[in-house]
Design a protein around this ligand. Structure first.
Ligand SMILES: Nc1ncnc2c1ncn2[C@@H]1O[C@H](COP(=O)(O)OP(=O)(O)OP(=O)(O)O)[C@@H](O)[C@H]1O
Ligand SMILES: [Mg+2]
Ligand SMILES: [Zn+2]
Length: 498
């Protein structure tokens, strides 16, 4: 038997087999069950998310001879004929092809002819936005006075291009992109059934790069499988898709961040050596920076484009990056990606772009007010790693404390979040308030609020602690916080026991 592409072999045949699109599936299945389907539907949504598949399930369900709780049986001759594309009363029209236009033209006459084989005629018109005005008009007339035994299912990726006159006569269903989890779930299922083993990171990349479309995800799996056989690694996927490893990108950005030009150039040379294209590198690095921004503004990992489990730790460390400079870097990389399309001196252009980014990152320091022993001594424009960590750990701990308090009592959180965690010494936690926040400080000192905080501290730090609230001078608040902290605790600033 000829090899059938995975995405075709895995077309859902019953409502139950559809991944995601729950509301749509439930609504249609109920309508089938209760025999109250309407005569015209519009399925709109991104590529490869199930529009045609569901249209065919509906077509089977209305014609099936042994409907089972709203599901087509896939056994009777009608179901089988529809699955094989041999059913006279299910008419698929691809509006993107010329034939499609012709078919719409004589649709007005043919539509009145009763079903030949089944109970209902189902017209599935794919890419319906491609119809000409003339064809739309023909379609409109038909949809306006639909014969009893006809159902239209119009499918499109671009519903805004469909005339309002048509749209308003259809029941609209909006398909969503599938989530990474949904895609990974299906990919795993398909891989297992075909005896393909796929490394988790490889799976993750396939799912992320498919942008919510399951067809693309399955095609990629298919493609990698046919190149590399039935054990698929992350490197295989990167190669076949022409992508750059996210761990490499994280290190590259790190090197730029540290102002380490030598390292940056070396890494670029190595990547070129391995056969990566200059344009790929700039494009992927831009996507990485986009992920960095996305992650730190939304706090969510679900929408990341290139970052996988393998580099998410780095993303967290690069937290304090500073939006402005990342945006500038993004612009440089995007422009370079463009330039590289026409450029001869590829390598030089690539290097220039990254040197520019490195200089940009090393330039002005974001206002992260941390004094540390090593940093001053080194005098490096980029921040050294070591001394930054205590302050970062402190910030992270403070966020956790605030979140814990917020969960228990929002008014207490409102009082507390005007303060700042200075640090922990012996068994006392020090929290600073600006002079202007006397009210907040005093309220926090009252027992009910203090108790909530103590409870949260117990949870976050793992032992019971006293709390001291301190006033800080108002101007240059951030600096004062640090000075005060150093005064109290020395340079280690905060002691953390996980
Ligand atoms: N929701 C889904 N559940 C299960 N499989 C799906 C789903 N969406 C897409 N697929 C897979 O992708 C293939 C193509 O899906 P389908 O033809 O239904 O997409 P579509 O939304 O019509 O896309 P297009 O807009 O490109 O026509 C299916 O055969 C199936 O393998
Ligand atoms: Mg389709
Ligand atoms: Zn059937």
């Amino acid at each position: 038997m000829a090899y059938m592409a995975l995405y075709r072999a895995w077309r859902p045949q019953r409502f139950e087999e559809v991944v995601g699109q729950e509301q749509i599936v439930t609504a249609l299945r109920n309508a089938v069950r209760e025999n109250r389907l309407t005569h015209a539907y519009l399925f709109a949504g991104p590529r490869g998310t199930g529009k045609t598949s569901i249209a065919k399930i509906v077509a089977k369900a209305v014609n099936c001879e042994q409907l089972q709780d709203g599901e087509p049986c896939n056994q009777c001759s009608c179901c089988q004929d529809i699955n094989n594309g041999n059913f006279m009363d299910v008419i698929e029209i691809d509006a993107a092809s010329n034939r499609g236009i012709d078919e719409i033209r004589d649709l007005r006459e043919k539509v009145r002819v009763l079903p030949a084989q089944g109970k209902k005629k189902v017209y599935i018109i794919d890419e319906v936005h491609m119809l000409t005005m003339e064809a739309f008009n023909a379609l409109l007339k038909t949809i306006e006075e639909p014969p009893e035994s006809v159902i239209f299912i119009l499918a499109t990726t671009e519903p805004q291009k469909i005339p309002a006159t048509i749209r308003s006569r259809c029941q609209g269903y909006f398909f969503r992109r599938l989530t990474i989890e949904e895609m990974e779930g299906r990919l795993k299922q398909v891989a297992e059934a075909n005896n393909i083993t796929v490394e988790p990171d490889a799976l993750d990349i396939i799912a992320r790069r498919a942008n919510g479309g399951l067809r693309d995800a399955l095609s990629t799996l298919d493609q990698v499988y046919s190149y590399r056989g039935n054990h698929i690694t992350k490197a295989d996927v990167l190669d076949v898709l022409g992508l750059v490893d996210d761990v490499f990108l994280a290190q590259l950005i790190d090197a730029a961040w540290q102002g380490d030009t030598g390292q940056v150039l070396q890494m670029l040379a190595a990547a070129l050596q391995q056969g990566k294209e200059a344009q790929q590198i700039t494009r992927e690095a831009a996507l990485y920076l986009r992920d960095l921004l996305f992650y730190h503004t939304t706090g969510q990992a679900a929408g990341l484009a290139v970052v996988t489990e393998a580099s998410i730790g780095k993303l967290q460390q690069q937290k304090k990056a500073g939006t402005t400079r990342i945006l500038q870097a993004l612009r440089i990389l995007a422009e370079t990606t463009d330039k590289l399309r026409f450029s001869e001196g590829q390598r030089f252009v690539l290097e220039m772009a990254f040197l520019e980014v490195t200089a940009l990152f090393a330039k002005e320091e974001p206002a992260v007010p941390v004094a540390g022993k090593k940093e001053g001594a080194k005098g490096s424009p980029a921040r050294a790693k070591g001394p930054r960590e205590p302050a970062e750990a402190r910030d992270a701990m403070w966020s956790r404390i605030l979140a814990g308090v917020k969960e228990r009592k929002i008014p207490t959180h409102a009082l507390l979040c005007q303060g700042k965690l200075l640090g922990i010494k012996d068994d006392t936690v020090y929290i600073g308030y600006r002079k202007g926040y006397k009210f907040h400080k005093e309220k926090m000192e009252e027992k009910p609020n203090r108790d909530i905080l103590t409870e949260v501290l117990q949870e976050v730090v793992g032992r019971s602690l006293e709390v001291q609230f301190i006033f800080l001078d108002d101007d240059q608040y951030n600096d004062i916080v640090v000075k005060k902290a150093i005064e109290l605790f020395g340079e280690d600033i905060v002691e953390i026991k996980e």
